[in-house]
Ligand binder design. Structure first.
Ligand SMILES: N=C(O)[C@@H]1CCCN1
Length: 307
C-alpha cells in the first residue's frame, strides 16, 4: 500500500473473501517497538486455520515498509501510525468489519484506534501492552533493580555517559531481556529476523522510546490512555506473561477501566507469550475471537477439536 510518506508492506494469511463468506471477522496484527517488524508475530497466522483472514504489516519506518532514517524526528507520531492503520483498513476493504491484535506498542496503537470508537471494530486483543508509559517506566525500573548488582552498574554507567550504543551496554541489557522479553533460547528464527531488521534501522524506536525498554527517554515517555479507556466499547482480551516487562501495574488499568475486559496471565511467559506458550495463547485468542464472530465460534471449536 502506497501512502503519503512511503510504502506499507503487508501480507494476508488466508483470504478476505473466504473470511467474509464464513462470517469470520478479519484479524489485523499490530507489531510492537515501535519499529520492531512483524516477523516475531508470524505464528499468530495459525489463527487463520478456520479460514479467518489474518493480516500482518510492517508499520512505516521498519521492516519491509519504507524506511525514513533521515526524516524529521517530528514525523514519528501516534497520529502517523493511526492514519496508516486507517488507510490500510480502507485499502483492504475491512474498515467496516475488523478485529485487532496489538502486541506491546501495537496494543498502545490498537487502544488509540479503539478509543476513537471506529464503527467497524468488532473486538480487540491487547498482548503485553502498557496502558501508560509512566506506569511502564515504574514497572521496568522495579524489574531492573532486581538484576544482579554488576549488571545494574554497567547499565547505569553507560546511560550516564550516553554510551548506550556500546556492546557492553547491549550485553548488560540482554540480562534484562533474558528475564522479561523472551525466555526461550535460542531465539526462534522469526524473532531473530525482527531483531536483525530492527538493528539495521532503529530510528523509530530510538525516537519514540529511546535507548532501551527500560531507559525510556523518547516521545512516548509520558504517553497514557488510562483516562480514555472508559470510552472503549468493544469486547477486549488483555494478555501478559507472568514475567513480562509489561508489569501488572501498567497492564492493570485495561482490566479495571475497559468495561467487560477479560485478563489472562501466562505463567511461564514474559513479553512474548504467543511464542513462550504458543498453544495456550492461540487457544485463548481463537476462542475469544470466535465468540465475537457472526458464526458464534463453531468453526474454531471444530478446528481445535481436529488438532
Ligand atoms: N516492546 C514494546 O513495544 C514496548 C512497548 C513500550 C516500549 N517498547
Amino acid at each position: 500500500m502506497e501512502g503519503p510518506h512511503g510504502r506499507t508492506w503487508y501480507r494476508i494469511t488466508g483470504s478476505l473473501d473466504v473470511s467474509r463468506a464464513r462470517g469470520l471477522t478479519p484479524l489485523l496484527v499490530l507489531h510492537g517497538g515501535p519499529g520492531f517488524p512483524h516477523d516475531y508475530l508470524l505464528n499468530i497466522a495459525r489463527l487463520g486455520e478456520t479460514g479467518r483472514a489474518v493480516v500482518h504489516y510492517d508499520q512505516l519506518g521498519c521492516g519491509r515498509s519504507t524506511h525514513l532514517p533521515d526524516a524529521d524526528p517530528g514525523l514519528w507520531t501516534v497520529d502517523l501510525f493511526l492514519d496508516e492503520l486507517d488507510a490500510l483498513l480502507a485499502h483492504l476493504g475491512i474498515s467496516g468489519n475488523h478485529t485487532v491484535l496489538g502486541q506491546s506498542w501495537g496494543g498502545m496503537l490498537a487502544t488509540e484506534h479503539a478509543v476513537r470508537r471506529p464503527a467497524g471494530l468488532r473486538a480487540m486483543v491487547l498482548a503485553d501492552t502498557p496502558a501508560s508509559m509512566p506506569l511502564w517506566r515504574s514497572g521496568v525500573e522495579r524489574l531492573r533493580r532486581a538484576l544482579p548488582r554488576e549488571v545494574q552498574e554497567v547499565l547505569d554507567r553507560h546511560e550516564a555517559a550516553g554510551t548506550t550504543g556500546s556492546p557492553e551496554y547491549a550485553k548488560a541489557a540482554q540480562a534484562f531481556y533474558d528475564r522479561h522479553l523472551l525466555r526461550v533460547r535460542p531465539y526462534p528464527p522469526e524473532v531473530a529476523a525482527s531483531f536483525a531488521r530492527w538493528e539495521e534501522d532503529p530510528t523509530v524506536y530510538h525516537t519514540m522510546i529511546g535507548p532501551s525498554e527500560f531507559d525510556v527517554t523518547g516521545t512516548l515517555r509520558d504517553w497514557s490512555a488510562v483516562d480514555r479507556l472508559a470510552s472503549v466499547s468493544v469486547p477486549s482480551l488483555v494478555l501478559r506473561g507472568e514475567h513480562d516487562e509489561a508489569t501488572p501495574e501498567c497492564v492493570g488499568p485495561f482490566a479495571e477501566c475497559v468495561a467487560g475486559a477479560q485478563m489472562r496471565v501466562f505463567p511461564e511467559s514474559s513479553h512474548m507469550p504467543h511464542i513462550e506458550e504458543a498453544g495456550a495463547f492461540r487457544d485463548a485468542v481463537g476462542t475469544f475471537l470466535a465468540r465475537h464472530d457472526a458464526g458464534g465460534g463453531s468453526l474454531w471449536r471444530s478446528a481445535r477439536a481436529g488438532r
